[in-house]
Design a protein around this ligand. Structure first.
Ligand code: MN
Length: 128
């Protein structure tokens, strides 16, 4: 079965490594971008099945990047799950308002991460 492809946009090396390892272990193919601009470019090229978007990024932030994705004819239906390292009042609502499909907080909960993702996107890694 073809693994589903996940684009991870994350500027923190340890978080990137953790998310990459968890996704690969669950048979996802992982594409990495370390800033939003690169993420948008790789999203266009690879048309991933899911985008994990850190909110705090150098340059363009993850919510602005998500707004770009939602305005893009080829990407507007792609699920975007926001990752945030802190929870501010209204942060989750801001993510949803920007067009994110769901929201996960960091630190990543390693044992439930994949289940949490699947719950948000409503599909299994190896479906169809
Ligand atoms: Mn960050």
């Amino acid at each position: 079965m073809e693994p589903k492809t996940v684009l991870v946009v994350e500027d923190n090396e340890l978080n990137m490594k953790l998310v990459r390892d968890l996704l690969r272990f669950a048979d996802y193919a992982v594409i990495e971008a370390w800033d939003a601009e690169t993420g948008l470019e790789l999203a266009q090229i690879h048309q991933p099945d899911l985008i994990l978007m850190d909110i705090q990024l150098p340059g363009m932030d993850g919510l602005t990047a998500t707004q770009h994705i939602r305005r893009d004819a080829n990407l507007k239906h792609t699920p975007v799950v926001a990752l945030s390292s802190y929870v501010m009042n209204g942060d989750k609502q801001k993510a949803l308002d920007a067009g994110c499909t769901g929201y996960l907080t960091k630190p990543i909960k390693t044992r439930s991460f994949i289940q949490d993702l699947v719950r948000i996107i409503g599909t299994q890694p190896s479906d169809n």
